[in-house]
Design a protein around this ligand. Sequence first.
Ligand SMILES: Cc1cc2nc3c(=O)[nH]c(=O)nc-3n(C[C@H](O)[C@H](O)[C@H](O)COP(=O)(O)OP(=O)(O)OC[C@H]3O[C@@H](n4cnc5c(N)ncnc54)[C@H](O)[C@@H]3O)c2cc1C
Ligand SMILES: N[C@H](Cc1c[nH]c2cc(Cl)ccc12)C(=O)O
Length: 516
Amino acid sequence: MLNRLVIVGGGTAGWMTASYFKAAFGDRIDITLVESGNVGTVGVGEATFSDIRHFFEFLGLKEKDWMPACNATYKLAVRFENWREKGHSFYHPFEQMRSVNGFPLTDWWLHKGPTDQFDRDCFVMPSVIDAGLSPRHLDGTLIDQPFVEGADEMQGLTMSEHQGKTQFPYAYQFEAALLAKYLTTYAVERGVTHITDDVEKVNLDERGWISGVTTAQHGDIEGDLFVDCTGFRALLLNKALEVPFISYSDTLPNDSAVALQVPQDMKARGILPCTTATAQDAGWIWTIPLMGRIGTGYVYAKDYLSPEEAERTLREFVGPAAADVEANHIRMRIGRSENSWVNNCVAIGLSSGFVEPLESTGIFFIHHAIEQLAKNFPDESWSPVHRQLYNDSIAHVMDGVREFLVLHYVAAKRNDTQYWRDAKTRRIPDGLAERIEMWKTQLPDTETVFPYYHGLPPYSYMCILLGMGGIELKPSPALALSDPGPAEREFAAIRDKTRRLAETLPRAYDYFAAQH
Ligand SMILES: Cc1cc2nc3c(=O)[nH]c(=O)nc-3n(C[C@H](O)[C@H](O)[C@H](O)COP(=O)(O)OP(=O)(O)OC[C@H]3O[C@@H](n4cnc5c(N)ncnc54)[C@H](O)[C@@H]3O)c2cc1C
Ligand SMILES: N[C@H](Cc1c[nH]c2cc(Cl)ccc12)C(=O)O
């Protein structure tokens, strides 16, 4: 039986993989995780997709247990500031797009918008976020959404099987290092062998398959399937097996980041329950509120900005609270491995690929890779079909997300610096130009977005197109011949619901203070 899994690397990717496979296969799988005591983890990675809740459910973990341990908060949207012009903001919320007579509400909004804010008119969440509210009441009940928690027909589905069925109203923000620690306890309690040591050599057999890894103090570790979770180093897949890496730098030039972890009194400050991405002269700054601190960082292209200037800008942006905080400068490898599974080696996490964290996709990539590996887990026959299906799925998810991110820059109206002007003339992925031409006339739908599963529904594309403001969009001509009454009633219903929620939901801080 093929059941010896060796995971090299103990960051978020390594521990998520170890925990998931123990939860999936129990004692029938033998898992060893070796992580260096000398090489650190990336140390950021704090905002997620809402889909991550399936991961926690699969492990049997409850919010009330893991969230306080990871200083976690709720994320109801990404808030984009200054991408259209300075002073403008809009949300990409976790909220299903309403549809009226077969047309998305955003189409009706284009036809006859009640205000110039598509997000506040078409969704409830933006006003909930502006008011700093929690999506759960103090007794734990969920915001009034068309969503049934724990519905039987949803159990055991992968993320791709869930897509389009429901939209859960929030994701999470947490300290990734604390989550890795929490999962270490989870995995070790369930029988994962944990070794702290440096892998110094990857041993290949005559076919070029990995027979084992040699550590500094624990000798050789042998296994059947090796999971490379060594981060940007990609020691097994890219270094030992020499699998080529496809850079995305021609379409996504941001290759650097500087991060700060700024202690804050969240009670005094309050929690804006979202991740904010504020456009800058040569990139953007993330702001992620956690319990007890703000995680923040400037993502930029070093062709346009030096690390010193980036750090200075970030410190000015944060203000005096950052004065004594040490900055963490990070070089990002943007792109993906040609194949993430080769022979008996599967790369998961940064070793497989990465795109800038503008839509918080890093942990989503890990979760997706784990689900796909579980689905395509090999036996002694090592069928190439499993590898092929896995590799295609990983490539599609990463290429699809790349396309979505490129759209942010192409659609942003801002053009006040060379960085933003170049964003309009840089090469874009094949197919995107044609799709944008189509979306100018007909808003994105399942038929016209990137044709493979990549985690993002068509309404996400609508939000970016409508919010960024640099591409002129037209409503469907059919709406001019249609009765506007039902759409007007829907806009009014959203206004009513927003008012009702503002009166009943607790402040986000108060909700978490009660949990802690
Ligand atoms: C600037 C930035 C911001 C990000 N923000 C987000 C976000 O908001 N949301 C999100 O979802 N994702 C985000 N990510 C991505 C996220 O950080 C990663 O996906 C996640 O942390 C997984 O990292 P990893 O485990 O693959 O690698 P790492 O954290 O780098 O871990 C690598 C592991 O390999 C081990 N290792 C390396 N060499 C050896 C060796 N020789 N022997 C033994 N062990 C070894 C190390 O000790 C470490 O344990 C961000 C990434 C960056 C760079
Ligand atoms: N898989 C979906 C992806 C998704 C839907 N809405 C949003 C909003 C934001 Cl900010 C990020 C991702 C998504 C999910 O996670 O719910």
